[in-house]
Design a protein around this ligand. Structure first.
Ligand SMILES: Nc1ccccc1-c1cnco1
Length: 243
């Protein structure tokens, strides 16, 4: 997978060179390039923002540098047509399902907005050369898209074959099968008066699997009833409904 990131703060993306992603890059599973948007400005002050039409506080990112930058990046991998991912509070929710969707794509280009956002015509015009996707990580406000890109890249890259050592662990994680994962424990069996649930020390794999399923359901019902409601009807058996 090829990943390009456009930002006015390239150093913010430095963590993508560490551990998991760093290893994926060494293994040639991910090819990453971070581009400074100011490289496509033409004035002495390398201006990327301006006052908003219609008034209002703050500044908006100018369309010209974005247009030039997106032209240049699209040309780097032509004739492939990349997915342009624009993190924004006004986007569709980024979920594990979207992470899987992205992991199946050959080329992701991320555009990091700052200030009050990017001139709306940029996403509109980019549709000529990109499949454009505006995504939100949640209902809160960040100062820019860079941290959102770090989250999305990690969530996607770890799904690529060979990046995570034990692919099995991907199946048991929260959101993997639409439920939150069961509580996890390790040694010692007794810690400050708190014991590990006996079933986990029983060696009875069928009972352990059932306990994990029950706990996952119980936990999901408690903190994310919306996930239980969204499960396909066939996913919950009669016993599940009694948990
Ligand atoms: N608040 C933001 C500001 C700039 C770019 C993305 C966001 C964002 C993405 N998901 C939630 O917020």
């Amino acid at each position: 997978m090829r990943i390009d990131v456009l930002t006015i703060f390239p150093d913010y993306l430095a963590p993508l060179g560490l551990s998991l992603i760093g290893k994926a890059r060494e293994q040639g599973l991910v090819e990453l390039a971070v581009h400074d948007l100011r490289g496509w400005t033409t004035d002495r002050h390398r201006t990327v923002d301006d006052t908003p039409y219609g008034g209002g506080p703050g500044m908006v990112m100018r369309p010209e540098p974005w247009g030039q930058a997106l032209d240049a990046v699209a040309a780097m991998g032509a004739p492939e047509r990349p997915r342009l991912v624009l993190p924004t509070p006004a986007g569709r929710p980024f979920t594990q399902a979207v992470a899987h969707e992205y992991a199946a794509l050959p080329w992701l280009v991320f555009g990091c907005g700052r200030y009050e956002g990017i001139d709306a015509r940029v996403a509109e015009e980019a549709r000529e050369r990109y499949d454009v996707d505006e995504v939100s990580l949640g209902d809160y406000v960040l100062n820019g898209g860079e941290v959102a890109v770090l989250v999305v890249v990690e969530a996607v890259a770890r799904l690529l074959p060979g990046v995570i050592g034990n692919a099995q662990s991907l199946d048991d994680e929260s959101h993997a099968a639409g439920l939150l994962e069961a509580p996890a424990y390790t040694k010692p069996a007794l810690w400050r008066g708190h014991r590990v649930p006996d079933v986990l020390l029983s060696g009875d794999h069928a009972r352990i699997a059932r306990w994990k399923r029950d706990e996952a359901l119980r936990r999901t019902r408690s903190v994310r009833p919306d996930l239980v409601a969204a499960l396909p009807p066939g996913d919950l058996d009669r016993r599940d409904r009694e948990v």
